[in-house]
Design a protein around this ligand. Structure first.
Ligand code: ATP
Ligand code: MG
Ligand code: FE
Length: 339
């Protein structure tokens, strides 16, 4: 079974073909980072325009690399949301046109389900499992009891983890996207500043990163007032220590309380070296097996959309020709709809 995946929810124009749900045949990503860099973030109008310009080339390259044609494809899976509406529309309309013209089934995929299913390209899932999703727009602890079922047991009340990285990076005048750069700096720094950890109420699996972000800004400001200066490396290391400690601790408690067989980490921040190391240390010798996607599959790409799409396809889910971009698509409601 070959699934074609298409992803255009944000600033990556991507297409991929995967075989039998778990094997990548071709995975092409055209990033727009260079075009958005000078604005310090993603500009929606520019993103949509790039997707329109890139999508045909990206698809051609995908089929060329796979040495396959649309005739070989069993279904077309596309990110229907969440994301930027104008960006999503390009992928959704391309997928609809291809599926309709070639008489193939169409599958709508939730972007975060895609991030989670990145891990199934590495190893088969074993339920119940807990997913820590840490991306540019999401920070969630998700319990999965079976394929396609998602229960959010904790989520951020303000900024997402990736968003906090990008905002702190901007404060440090680092180029967009700042997450990878802070990660790199943190490797050479010391956690000398005791930034706050937002534990919230006892037993809560929710997160909050806006207080931490403000604490970083205030610390830099106050140091400047006193004519002092911190090393960028130390700010990065101290900030990362706070983010990582809370993520790891809450994931650990949730994994214990729910007795999960696997703990998987997903989304762009899953590429973070400090998070990977701390998770590995915490879960060493624990009953729950720990999984991370390869670095290249942490950020947006279409192989992960095809991976989630393959499972939905085999569960018999099909989208109609009225499939639309759904910028605020809710994961639990999406799972309900697919029941
Ligand atoms: P969402 O998936 O929630 O819709 P998105 O698709 O924009 O948002 P992703 O592509 O999953 O987000 O991830 C991008 C985010 O990951 C950015 O915020 C980026 O800074 C962050 N990121 C990438 N690599 C690292 C890293 N090594 N350390 C920390 N953050 C990172
Ligand atoms: Mg991106
Ligand atoms: Fe994403």
């Amino acid at each position: 079974e070959y699934i074609l995946g298409i992803e255009t929810s944000c600033d990556e124009t991507a297409a991929a073909i995967i075989k039998d749900g778990r094997e990548i045949v071709a995975n092409v990503v055209a990033s727009q980072i260079e075009s958005h860099k000078r604005f310090g973030g993603v500009v929606p109008e520019i993103a949509s325009r790039h997707h329109v310009e890139q999508i045909t080339h990206v698809l051609e390259e995908t089929f060329e690399k796979a040495e396959l044609t649309m005739d070989d494809i069993d279904a077309v899976a596309v990110t229907e949301g969440p994301g930027l509406v104008g960006a999503l529309l390009v992928g959704v309309n391309t997928a609809k046109a291809l599926a309709f013209a070639h008489h193939k089934p169409l599958i709508g995929v939730h972007h975060i389900a895609g991030h989670i299913y990145a891990n199934r390209l590495v190893q088969e899932f074993d339920f119940p499992l807990l997913a820590l999703v840490v991306s540019g727009g999401h920070t969630e602890l998700i319990l999965m009891k079976e394929h396609g079922s998602f229960q959010i047991i904790g989520e951020t009340r303000d900024d997402a983890a990736g968003e906090a990285y990008d905002k702190v990076a901007r404060t440090l005048k680092l180029p967009y996207p700042g997450g990878p750069k802070i990660d790199q700096l943190a490797q050479d720094g010391q956690s000398v500043i005791d930034f706050p950890r937002a534990w919230l109420e006892e037993g809560s699996y929710d997160f909050s990163f806006s207080g931490l972000k403000s604490a970083v800004i205030n610390t830099l400001h106050n140091a400047e007032q006193r004519g002092e200066q911190y090393l960028q490396e130390d700010i990065a290391a101290s900030f990362q220590a706070s983010v990582v400690e809370v993520l790891v601790e809450k994931t650990y408690r949730a994994a214990k309380n729910h007795g999960v067989k696997q703990v998987i980490v997903a989304g762009g921040v899953a590429a973070n070296k400090g998070l990977r190391k701390a998770m590995e240390e915490k879960f060493a010798g624990e009953a729950s097996a720990l999984m991370f996607p390869p670095i290249s599959l942490c950020t947006d790409n279409a192989a992960i959309i095809a991976a989630a799409g393959s499972v939905a396809y085999n569960q018999g889910h099909r989208a109609g020709w009225d499939l639309n971009a759904n910028p605020g698509l809710d994961l639990e409601r999406y799972a309900q709809r697919n029941k």
